[in-house]
Design a protein around this ligand. Sequence first.
Ligand SMILES: CC(C)[C@H](C(=O)O)[C@@H](O)C(=O)O
Ligand code: SF4
Length: 382
Amino acid sequence: MSHDGTSVLAIKAFREMGSEKVWDKSRIVIPFDHIVPANNETAATLQAEVRRWARAQGIENFYDCGHGICHQVFCEMGFALPGALVVGADSHSCTYGALGAFGTGVGATDMAEIYSRGRLWFRVPETICMRLEGTLGDMVSAKDLALFVVKEMGADGANYMSVEFVGGAVERLSISGRMTLCNMGVEMGAKAAIVPPDESVDAYLARRARRPYTHIHSDPGSYYREIEYDVSDIPPMIAAPYRVDNVHPVRDLAGIEVDQVFIGTCTNGRLEDLEMAARIVKGKRVKIRTLVIPASREIYLGALRSGVIETLVEAGAMIGPPGCGPCLGAHMGVLGDGEVCLSTSNRNFPGRMGRNGKVYLASPATAAATAITGKITDPRDV
Ligand SMILES: CC(C)[C@H](C(=O)O)[C@@H](O)C(=O)O
Ligand code: SF4
C-alpha cells in the first residue's frame, strides 16, 4: 500500500533502480487520501503523475480521491486479512492488526523494492503480549484505551516489538475500536500491533475478503514480555502537546480553551466515532470551529443514511471529503499561530497541524463535548 504522498517518492526510487514493470499489479494498492482533492498546483501535478504511472502499470487497486483514508480503504476493500503480511508506505499500517494481519510501515525506497520484486528484509520482532481486562466505563472508548496504553508504555516503550492485544476488554471492542487501538501501536514504537482474529473479524470480512485466509495465532510460550492491566477504572484520557505519551485524565485538563475541534482520521473517523459525536451534540450548538471528516466514502454514506451527518451539520459542524484532512497539517483546517485544536488523531508533535499550533488528542466523545463548551471537557460532564 502506498498513498498519494508516498507513491510519488516510491515511483521515483522505482525508476532510479532501473525497474520498468511492477512485480504484481494485483497486489499493489494505491489510495489517494493525504491531500484530497489537491489543494494547489504542485499537489495536483504530483497526483496526476502517480495516476499516469498507475494506469501505465495497470495497477488494479487504485482508489482515487474520495474513497477515503488509505488504511480504512485497505481494510474495507478486503486486503487486510488474518495471517497476511502487509507493508504500507505509511507508518499507521499497523492498523491492519485489527483484522489479524501483520501490517507495518516502510519507507518509500523499501516500497520501490516491493513494487519491483515483492520482497523485503525484516528482522522478526519480539512480541509483547498486552492483556487488557475489565469493562470500559461510561463514555470511555478504544481511543482512551489506546492513550492509556501509550502513556504506560511511553512513546518508545515498544520499539520494534510486535504488540499483541488480548483480554476481555479487547475482545469486546468492535472492529472499529480494534482499529483505533492498533492504529496507535506505532505511537509507542511498535513494528506491528495485532489483535488475535476471532469471529468478529470473520463477520467483518464476510463480504470483503479478497481471498481465503486462516487465523494465525501466537505459539504458546512465544511472548518476550507479558503485561496486564485492568482497564475498568480508566477515565476519558487526553494527550497534551507536544507528546503522544503526555497523557492525562480529561478532567485534569478541563477548562483549557480550544479554537478548533477535529473529528476524523484513520484513528477515529469511523461510523461509530461519528455516531458517538452526533449523540453528544444532538440538539445543541457547537461553540467553536468543528470539522468532521469521515474516514471513507462507505462511512460517509452510512453517516448520511443514518442521519448522523444531519445531526452534526445542524449542530454547526463542517463536513470534509473523506481523507486525512488537517491531520498532518497539509490540507484543510490547519491551525493558525498559537491556536489550539482538540483532535481525534494520533500525533501532536510540534508543527503537526500548523507551525505553532497546539494539538490535544482525545476520543470522539471528548471532542464532541469540547466542541459544545469551547473548552476541554470530559464527555461525562455535558
Ligand atoms: C505522509 C505519511 C508518510 C505519514 C506517515 O507515514 O505516517 C502520515 O500519514 C502521518 O500520519 O504522519
Ligand atoms: S489520517 Fe493522519 S495519521 Fe492517518 S494516514 Fe492520514 S495523515 Fe497519517
